[in-house]
Write a protein that binds this ligand. Structure first.
Ligand SMILES: C[S@@+](CC[C@H](N)C(=O)[O-])C[C@H]1O[C@@H](n2cnc3c(N)ncnc32)[C@H](O)[C@@H]1O
Length: 358
C-alpha cells in the first residue's frame, strides 16, 4: 500500500484516471487539492507503482510524488521550516555529495493566510542540504531530466506532505513547471514556453546548426526559440509574426498555408503547432517527412478538442507511416492538446514520399 500526489491537466482528468487504473484497478482517490492535483492510494508498494508507470510512459499523468510522511503546519515560517526539516531528515537519503533539488508547492495556501512562499521553504531546506556537501540542481539547470534526488514538499491548507524520490521516478523534473517556465515578459507568445518545456521534457539538446521549419508559426514564439538556438528558421503561417522578428536575418516568413508551398531544401528539424485537427497535422507531417533529414526530429502538437483517445490513436497511426513516435506527453503548457516527439524513419521504411501537400 502506498500513496502518491498526481498532477494532470484538468480537461484530461478522465484519461489520467484511466492510465492510473491500468496500473492498479483498485486505486482510490483520497483528496482533490485543486483542479489538476490530487492524491491517491494504491495497493502496490511505492516502487512497484513507480516502475509500472515508468514502463507505461503515460501521456496524461504529468508528475507524481510519493507521500512518505505527512503532518500539520502552523502557518508560521520559522516553526514550519524546522518542523518540515526534522521530518525530511527521516526520509531524505542524501550521501553528502548527491545532486539534489528541493521542490515545494503550496496549494490553497493563500486563503488561510499562509505568510510564506514555496521559495522560502525551498531556500531553507536547500541551504541545509547544500551545507552538508550535496550539490543543488536548480530548475533552470541544463540537467533537468537527469536523475537528481528530489525532496518534495506539498502544503495544502493546514497539511504538509513529504516525499523523497528521483526526478525520473517523479516522471518529470519539476512539480511546478508553470513557475519554472513562467512568463518573463519577453516572450513572443505563451507558446514559446511550450516549446522550451518540450525540449526540456524530451531531453533534446539542440545544436542550432542548419535549418528549421516552423509550421503554424504565428505570432512567432517557437520561431524565436529556434532562431535563438542558432537555426535559420523558415516560418510558415497565413498570420503575421511579431514585428520584431522581421528584423531577424535568421528568420524567413512565408505568409501562407503550408499546403501552398514546395521546398527544395532539407531541414534539420521540423516543428508544428498548427491549430488544425490532429489527423490533418499527421498527414501534413507525413508529406513533409521527405524534406526532413534522416533521423531528423519533429516536435508536433496534437490538438484534441473532444475525442481524445480516438484522435491520438488515428493520428499516430498516420504518423507511423513515416515517423517513429518517440513519446507523447501532456505538458504543463499544453491546454487541450498534447505534444509529440517524432523521429523520421529511414527512407526505405517510409510510406509517403510525395511532397505535394494538397
Ligand atoms: C497556436 S498558433 C501557433 C503559435 C506559435 N507556435 C507560436 O509559438 O507563436 C497556431 C497557428 O497555426 C496556424 N495555421 C493553421 N492552419 C495552418 C496551415 N494550414 N498552414 C500554416 N499555418 C496554419 C494559424 O494561423 C495559427 O497562427
Amino acid at each position: 500500500m502506498s500513496e502518491f500526489i498526481i498532477t494532470y491537466t484538468p480537461c484530461f482528468r478522465k484519461n489520467m484516471i484511466k492510465e492510473l487504473l491500468e496500473i492498479d484497478s483498485n486505486i482510490k482517490i483520497k483528496d482533490v487539492f485543486s483542479s489538476g492535483i490530487l492524491s491517491i492510494s494504491t495497493n502496490l508498494d511505492t516502487y512497484d507503482f513507480i516502475n509500472h508507470l515508468l514502463q507505461k510512459s503515460p501521456i496524461f499523468i504529468k508528475h507524481i510524488m510519493p507521500i512518505f510522511l505527512k503532518g500539520k503546519i502552523t502557518g508560521n515560517l520559522f516553526e514550519d521550516r524546522i518542523r518540515i526539516l526534522e521530518q525530511m531528515e527521516k526520509i531524505a537519503m542524501l550521501n553528502g555529495c548527491d545532486p539534489f533539488s528541493v521542490q515545494c508547492r503550496i496549494v490553497n495556501g493563500g486563503s488561510n493566510g499562509l505568510g510564506y512562499s514555496s521559495k522560502d521553504m525551498e531556500v531553507f531546506l536547500g541551504t541545509y542540504y547544500e551545507g552538508l556537501g550535496n550539490i543543488p540542481v536548480f530548475s533552470d539547470s541544463s540537467l533537468k531530466n537527469d536523475n537528481v534526488k528530489i525532496l518534495s514538499v506539498l502544503i495544502n491548507k493546514n497539511d504538509y506532505y513529504l516525499g523523497f524520490s528521483t526526478s525520473t521516478e517523479n516522471l518529470n523534473f519539476s512539480c511546478d513547471e508553470y513557475r519554472i517556465f513562467s512568463r518573463n515578459g519577453r516572450e513572443i507568445s505563451r507558446a514559446e514556453n511550450k516549446l522550451k518545456e518540450a525540449l526540456s521534457k524530451f531531453n533534446i539538446r539542440l545544436n542550432g546548426a542548419g535549418c528549421a521549419l516552423d509550421i503554424g508559426a504565428a505570432p512567432g514564439g517557437w520561431t524565436k526559440v529556434l532562431a535563438d538556438y542558432g537555426y535559420y528558421v523558415v516560418a510558415v503561417d497565413p498570420g503575421r509574426l511579431k514585428p520584431e522578428l522581421y528584423n531577424n536575418p535568421k528568420i524567413k516568413h512565408y505568409q501562407c498555408r503550408i499546403e501552398d508551398l514546395q521546398f527544395e531544401n532539407y531541414f534539420d528539424i521540423i516543428v508544428n503547432d498548427m491549430n488544425v485537427d490532429p489527423q490533418t497535422t499527421a498527414r501534413i507531417m507525413n508529406t513533409l517527412s521527405c524534406i526532413l533529414k534522416d533521423n531528423g526530429l519533429a516536435i508536433v502538437t496534437l490538438k484534441l478538442p473532444d475525442k481524445v483517445e480516438e484522435d491520438i490513436k488515428e493520428s499516430t497511426e498516420i504518423l507511423n507511416e513515416n515517423y517513429d513516435i518517440v513519446t507523447i506527453k501532456s505538458l504543463f503548457h499544453n491546454r487541450q492538446e498534447v505534444t509529440s516527439l517524432l523521429k523520421k524513419k529511414p527512407l526505405q521504411r517510409c510510406k509517403t514520399r510525395k511532397q505535394t501537400l494538397l
